[in-house]
Design a protein around this ligand. Sequence first.
Ligand code: HEC
Length: 157
Amino acid sequence: MKITKLATLAALALSVTFGSAHAQERKDPLLSNIEQRQAFFKLVALYYGPLNAMNKGDMPYDAAAASAAAANLALLVQLDQAALWKAGADRSFSEASTTLPKAFEDAGAIDKGLESLAAAVAALVPVAGDGLEPMKAAFAPVGGTCKDCHDAYRFKE
Ligand code: HEC
């Protein structure tokens, strides 16, 4: 009897916890979208990081690590981006976002920027493991696409 009661209480507590988490998600889809977009870029930065460090000489060149990082970037840029850029999920809605409203106003700009990134990553993949110099030459345009888009569409303090 006691165990049944405990189990019922636990189930109730769980449903309350999950129930409120769901309610919150429904309440604020734009805020969730901002977080999801930032999570995407955090992953991009995770794989960009070692390539950038090798490029700058902060980390010794490692062919296997460079190839793996480039391959993971190539996987990430295949994700469907439409879901990550919900209209209105920008800094005019919440200061949690550094996406300028301009990113949505300039039709096709984000798509174009992401296509440039994907093309630069596609060119990096086959040479990332070929040595420091070939990697650096192909890495520069990748960094260029990050910078171009950030300069145009990211809020800076
Ligand atoms: C087409 C545009 C575009 C491209 C290309 C792009 N970014 Fe971004 N990035 C953004 C925008 C917009 C944000 C702001 C997201 C927000 O806060 O809503 C952002 C945010 C970030 C963040 C912060 C994420 C957080 O935790 O808030 C990192 C890190 C980042 N980008 C890294 C990169 C790197 C590295 C590259 C290139 C390999 C890159 N980005 C390419 C537009 C771009």
